[in-house]
Design a binder for this molecule. Structure first.
Ligand SMILES: Nc1ncnc2c1ncn2[C@@H]1O[C@H](COP(=O)(O)OP(=O)(O)OP(=O)(O)O)[C@@H](O)[C@H]1O
Ligand SMILES: O=P(O)(O)OC[C@H]1O[C@H](OP(=O)(O)OP(=O)(O)O)[C@H](O)[C@@H]1O
Ligand SMILES: [Mg+2]
Length: 284
C-alpha cells in the first residue's frame, strides 16, 4: 500500500504531522528521499509534487494520496475517490480583476484574457457560463499579470486575501472552495487497509480541539456535575478503587474552548482533583 504525500511546499509539514499523529510513523526517510517506510510494514510513503499526486493515484502508482481538492479538480482524472476532508490547506480559487477596472462579473470576460495556474478548472468555469475567454497559463505570481497587460483577470488561490489586496485585485466570483483531502484509487477505496488509514486520520481530526477531563465527585453532587458537563454522549462514571464509596471518578471529553468555564462550574458543583489532558486520537 503506497500513500503519495506532498514532497515540499506548504502542504508537506502538516501532512507528515497528521500521519505521525495518526500513528503512521515514518521510518528510513531522509531529506530529498522520494519514499519512506512506516511502522506498518504494509504501508509506504511516496513523496510527490502536490499537483502530481492525482495522476499518481489515477495511474495506480499510489493507492492513496493526500493533496488539495483544487489539484484533483485541475488534474481532471477518472478513477479517484475522495475519502476524507483533512481540514487544512483551506483556500478558495477565485476569479479576480483589478479593483478599479470594469470587470465585475464573469460575463464581463467574454472576448478577454484570463491568466491562471489552473487552466482546466478555469476553462470549465467559463464553459458552464457559455463563455470562452483566452486562457494564459502561468506557473506562479499570477497576481502580476493584469498589471502588465498580460491578462484582464486571473483565477488564483486566495486564503487571507493579502496577496490580492497587495496587488489591488478584487474578487469577482468564487470558482472553487478547496482543502486538503484523502483520496484513493476507486479500485482500492473499499480495501481494509485503506479504510484503516482513513479511520486513523479521522481519529486525529476528531480529537482536535478536545480535552479529556477527569475528576472526583461526591455521589450526592453527581447530578449537579452532570448538569455542567456539555460532554459528548454523557460522562463516564466509575467507582474509585479502595475509596470509601463516598466519591466517584467522572471522565468526560469537552471542547478545548469550554474547558476554562467548565472547570470553574465543576468546582462550584462539588468536583475536586480535576485533571485536564490532551487527546491524541478518538476512534468512534
Ligand atoms: N495561500 C494558501 N492558503 C491555503 N492553502 C493554499 C494556499 N496556497 C496553496 N494552497 C494549497 O496548497 C496546495 C499546494 O500549493 P502550491 O502548489 O503553491 O504549493 P507549493 O508550490 O508546493 O508550495 P509553496 O508555494 O509554498 O512553495 C494548493 O494546491 C492548495 O490546495
Ligand atoms: O490570500 P493569501 O493568504 O495572500 O494567499 C494567496 C497566495 O498564496 C499562494 O501563493 P504561495 O504563497 O504559495 O506562493 P507561490 O505563488 O510561490 O505558490 C497563492 O498562489 C496566492 O498567491
Ligand atoms: Mg504556493
Amino acid at each position: 500500500m503506497r500513500i503519495a504525500v506532498p514532497n515540499k511546499g506548504r502542504l508537506h509539514d502538516p501532512t507528515i504531522d497528521l500521519l505521525e499523529r495518526a500513528g503512521l510513523h515514518l521510518e528510513n526517510g531522509a531529506a530529498r528521499k522520494l519514499y519512506a517506510d512506516t511502522v506498518d510494514p504494509d504501508v509506504s510513503i511516496l513523496f510527490a509534487r502536490a499537483a502530481d499526486i492525482p495522476e499518481y493515484i489515477a495511474d495506480g502508482a499510489a493507492d492513496v494520496g493526500i493533496t488539495g481538492l483544487d489539484q484533483v479538480r485541475e488534474a481532471d482524472v477518472d478513477a479517484i475517490e475522495e475519502l476524507l476532508d483533512l481540514e487544512f490547506g483551506r483556500c478558495r480559487l477565485v476569479l479576480a480583476a483589478p479593483e478599479d477596472g470594469d470587470i465585475t462579473a464573469a460575463a464581463d470576460l467574454a472576448g478577454k484574457t484570463v491568466a491562471t495556474e489552473f487552466p482546466t478548472i478555469t476553462r470549465q468555469f467559463f464553459e458552464e457560463r457559455g463563455l470562452d475567454p483566452s486562457i494564459v497559463e502561468v506557473t506562479g505570481a499570477t497576481e502580476l499579470t493584469p498589471h502588465v497587460e498580460m491578462a484582464d483577470a486571473i483565477v488564483d488561490i486566495t486564503s487571507t486575501g493579502t496577496t490580492l489586496k497587495m496587488n489591488r485585485l478584487a474578487i469577482v466570483e468564487e470558482v472553487l472552495s478547496s482543502s486538503v483531502r484523502l483520496f484513493a484509487h476507486e479500485d482500492v477505496a473499499e480495501d481494509s487497509k485503506v479504510q484503516e488509514i482513513r479511520t486513523a486520520l479521522s481519529s486525529v481530526l476528531a480529537a482536535d480541539g478536545k480535552r479529556y477531563l477527569m475528576m472526583n465527585v461526591p455521589r450526592d453532587r453527581l447530578e449537579a456535575v452532570r448538569d455542567v458537563i456539555p460532554g459528548m454522549g454523557g460522562p463516564t462514571i466509575m467507582d474509585i478503587a479502595n475509596g470509601d464509596g463516598e466519591k466517584v471518578a467522572v471522565h468526560v471529553v469537552v471542547d478545548e474552548r469550554s474547558v476554562f468555564e467548565t472547570i470553574t462550574e465543576l468546582k462550584n458543583a462539588g468536583a475536586s482533583d480535576i485533571l485536564v489532558t490532551e487527546i491524541e486520537r478518538m476512534v468512534r
